[in-house]
Design a protein around this ligand. Structure first.
Ligand code: AMP
Length: 443
């Protein structure tokens, strides 16, 4: 299948060619025709499958087909909801990139930064709005945003939005958009809650699936080093040095764990930084940019902060601690071995985590090779201890409870030429341009 066979307008094909994409990914070749037909869609796709273009390209196409019919001031015609500010910013960049040769205006809004630049950008008129639910509702309450013209609603990473407790916010947003609309639901997993959401808000949806549920990519080499709890940090330093790893995404379970580990790595002479929900948006954006450019060798992240980060062909993912929820393991290692390149996913597992490892193996339906690193064999006299989480979130993950609502910023992107993939600074609210509201689930 080629992009030219999908019936996309020349402006979009040009934008695709600008990106150097040659063929549609499986999710794209399945989803694009369904979306173009105007049908609702339920898609099972993880980050890294090309899902964002899977919905953005046909949406832009539909807008461009009906644009002649619209007169008068711009109304929001497409609303894309995402769980986190990072994902919102990335989806906004994709909309801008794929729409570079079309006249539509898009805007990204999330919390944690001043509302004023977002208000003025909204006033100027927007065709496509990408938003985290909390900040969108703040604007709706203040009547800054009119959703009565929405033709297409996208719920991106719907499973994560539910995990983060956004179900009521989603329902409130849906109540603000017209009943007659196209709804697209993307989710990495299809739990019963997701199915209920779909049956309540989608009409006769087409169903597409990018890969088998909960399978880890064949291209990722996965293995476990058994190691004592207190020696994980030393082992990680050793592994990074000995193996010459240069771009390593390391997952910890908690924000304080991420900070402590990044500090330890820096003390050991390794360029490292941490991203998590307590860091300012500026600090997070900077760390991510440095990591992508190769300046930072190691980025330590919690699950929620890493969700939606778009880093291609990441060579190494390390689970410094196993996640409490087995599905998160699949998300984490999905960061590597993407787009056809090979990657390694290494987990440092101590005696406390044996049950978590079993859960993961059950989910991915295969055992993970267990190795011992010379000099780091576990001490058999050490007993398992309960896993410490500083605060319990909805599924026991401390960092889950403040991930989304604290999302923050705004970036608009219209027809004016701007750097590819960059967010506009025109409204002063680009991602990273603002102060952070800590623990801001509750407004
Ligand atoms: P996503 O799953 O939407 O986060 O996309 C993952 C990455 O794949 C992004 O960096 C996209 O730029 C890239 N991508 C999307 N579609 C294609 C394609 N058809 N060919 C090559 N790369 C793509």
């Amino acid at each position: 299948m080629k992009f030219t066979e999908l019936g996309l307008v020349p402006e979009i094909l040009r934008a695709i060619a600008d990106q150097g994409y040659e063929t549609p990914t499986p999710i794209q070749s399945q989803a694009i025709p369904v979306v173009l037909s105007g049908r609702d869609l339920m898609a099972c796709a993880q980050t890294g499958t090309g899902k964002t273009a899977g919905f953005t390209l046909p949406i832009l196409n539909r807008l461009s087909e009906s644009r002649a019919a619209t007169t008068g001031p711009r109304k929001i015609r497409v609303l894309i909801l995402t769980p986190t500010r990072e994902l919102a910013a990335q989806v906004g960049e994709s909309v801008a990139t794929y729409g570079a040769h079309l006249p539509f205006k898009s805007l990204v809004i999330f919390g944690g930064v001043s509302m004023n630049p977002q208000i003025s950008a909204l006033r100027k008129g927007v065709d496509i709005l990408v938003a985290t639910p909390g900040r969108l509702l703040d604007h709706a309450q203040q009547r800054n945003v009119d959703l009565s013209g929405v033709e297409v609603l996208v719920l991106d990473e719907a499973d994560r939005m539910l995990d983060m407790g956004f179900i009521h916010d989603i329902k409130r947003v849906i109540a603000l958009v017209p009943k007659k609309r196209q709804t697209l639901l993307f989710s990495a997993t299809f739990s019963d809650e997701i199915r209920t959401l779909a049956s309540n808000f989608l009409t006769d949806p087409g169903y597409v699936e990018s890969e088998r549920r909960n399978t880890a990519s064949e291209l990722v080499t996965q293995y476990v080093y058994k190691v004592d709890r207190e020696r994980k940090r030393d082992l990680l330093v050793e592994l990074i040095r000995e193996k010459g790893w240069y771009q390593v995404l390391v997952f910890t379970r908690t924000k304080w764990g991420a900070n402590g580990l990044a500090e330890k790595l820096v003390k050991s002479g390794i360029e490292a930084d941490a991203i998590h929900g307590n860091k300012s948006q500026n600090a997070r954006t900077r760390a991510l940019a440095n990591f992508k450019s190769g300046k930072l060798h190691v980025l330590v992240a919690t699950d929620i902060a890493a969700r939606g980060i778009d880093i291609n062909e990441l060579p190494h993912v390390v689970n410094f601690e196993l996640p409490n929820v087995a599905e998160d393991y699949v998300h984490r290692i999905g960061r590597t071995g993407r787009a056809g390149s090979e990657g390694s996913a290494v987990s440092l597992v101590c005696v406390d985590e044996h049950k978590l490892l079993k859960d993961i193996e059950r989910l991915i339906k295969k055992p993970i090779d267990v190795l011992e690193y010379p000099g780091y064999a576990p001490d058999p006299s050490i007993r398992a201890e309960p896993i410490q989480m500083r605060s319990a979130g909805p599924r026991g993950g401390g960092q889950r409870s403040n991930g989304g609502r604290s999302g923050g910023g705004g970036a608009s992107r219209g027809s004016a030429p701007k750097a590819p993939g960059g967010a506009s600074a025109g409204n002063g609210g680009r991602p990273g341009g603002g102060s952070h509201r800590s623990g801001s689930r509750h407004r």
